[in-house]
Design a protein around this ligand. Structure first.
Ligand SMILES: [Zn+2]
Ligand SMILES: [Zn+2]
Length: 369
């Protein structure tokens, strides 16, 4: 008994002594420099070479949130790597920060595909342009999207024109070419005539074995709105963008390995509506906004139905509404999904990386966080 007591006190004293020593050491400049240098080397040394070797199709979730504020997620952004370059599908506000934190080689950004012209899908566009330009990207950055993307791109180019002049003057035009700072709109039009079932498609890009197809989806008044399908070396993934339940998307997703689909938990939105109505100090406009959100999005259960119809092995839910603050909320968010799709459903987190090795059925997951 006495030995146990002695061991307890010895352990307590050693923890206190070590703690005080750590606090004391952290105040010494040479210790601060060593630790700082080691951390910087570690984060800068992260290598993505493997993913750019042309032997796989990969996707990184750089933003899995909806416009509703989420402390752990940035807004819509998916980064697709095929060959020695990558593309973004949407550039939601905050998502450029993730690329910087993970030290993604931003000079390899070859283009951005905007699903539709809602702010939560394009608010980070100018920062993506800036970061990739500063990192050494060459030529104007192509931005594909529904008609109207020309106005968006012209507006961002104009809004950042003075910033560009300042940076070129400071670093010299030999180092930062002003032409590389620009974005170039590539409007994507669907074949005419329009179909009432909204099931049109068009190939947007075909280059070095990569095929990107725009697929019409149903985001109601926001038309046209697109999903994008990426096919590369026998593997395929589809990114839904924002859409209501839309069975033609399932048809267009056949043969894909992963479907990244938006998800709006209507049963949780209804509770938020109730909470706002019962809270006199809350801004009552939110009740209406939360009710109307349901008009043009898809519930997790309906997203699972689309995945089943498409027969995709993996459904990854993103653009999550409402925000999920803790993993304990996942069963509530996914309520009803298990009974129609017991396996092959995941909820995205920022930093999730999915790798699809060429000409195989393998799906490998990792996290950058
Ligand atoms: Zn959205
Ligand atoms: Zn939208």
């Amino acid at each position: 008994m006495r030995i146990l007591r002695w061991l307890f006190w010895a352990r307590l004293v050693s923890v206190v002594v070590l703690g005080l020593a750590a606090v004391g050491l952290s105040r010494l400049p040479w210790v601060q420099d060593r630790v700082f240098l080691a951390v910087a080397k570690h984060s800068l040394g992260r290598s993505y070479e493997h993913y750019f070797d042309g032997q796989r199709l990969s996707v990184i979730v750089c933003g899995s949130s909806s416009p509703l504020p989420d402390p752990n997620r940035e807004q819509a952004c998916l980064l697709v790597i095929a060959g020695d370059r990558y593309y973004l599908v949407d550039a939601g506000p905050g998502s450029p920060r993730n690329l910087g934190l993970w030290n993604i080689p931003r000079e390899k950004l070859a283009g951005v595909f905007i699903t539709h012209l809602h702010s939560d899908h394009m608010g980070g566009l100018a920062e993506m342009r800036l970061q990739s330009w500063a990192s050494g990207r060459k030529g104007a950055l192509p931005v594909y999207g529904p008609p109207g993307v020309e106005r968006v791109v012209a507006g961002f180019n104009e809004a950042y024109a003075i910033d560009t002049v300042h940076r070129v003057r400071h670093h010299s035009p030999g180092f930062l070419h002003p032409e590389d700072a620009l974005m170039e709109a590539r409007p994507v039009a669907l074949p005419e005539p329009a179909s009432p079932t909204k099931d049109r498609q068009t190939v947007v890009l075909e280059q070095d074995g990569l095929k990107v197809t725009a697929i019409e989806v149903d985001h109601k008044v926001v038309a046209p709105a697109y999903a994008y399908r990426f096919d590369y070396r026998g593997r395929a993934l589809v990114i839904s963008g924002d859409t209501a339940y839309h069975p033609p998307l399932a048809v267009a997703s056949r043969g894909a390995d992963v479907l990244l689909h938006e998800a709006n938990a209507t049963h949780m939105e209804a509770l938020i509506h109730q909470a706002v109505a019962a809270t006199p100090t809350a801004n009552q406009r939110f009740a209406r906004l939360h009710r109307e959100i349901n008009d043009y999005h898809t519930s997790p259960v309906d997203a699972a139905r689309i995945a089943n119809q498409a027969q995709v092995p993996l459904l990854l839910l993103y653009h999550l509404m409402p925000p999920i603050h803790t993993r304990l909320q996942l069963p509530m968010f996914l309520r009803g999904v298990g009974s129609i799709r017991p396996d092959g459903v995941e909820v995205a987190e920022d930093g999730l990386l999915i790798e699809l090795p060429a000409d195989s059925r393998e799906i490998i997951e990792d996290s950058l966080q």
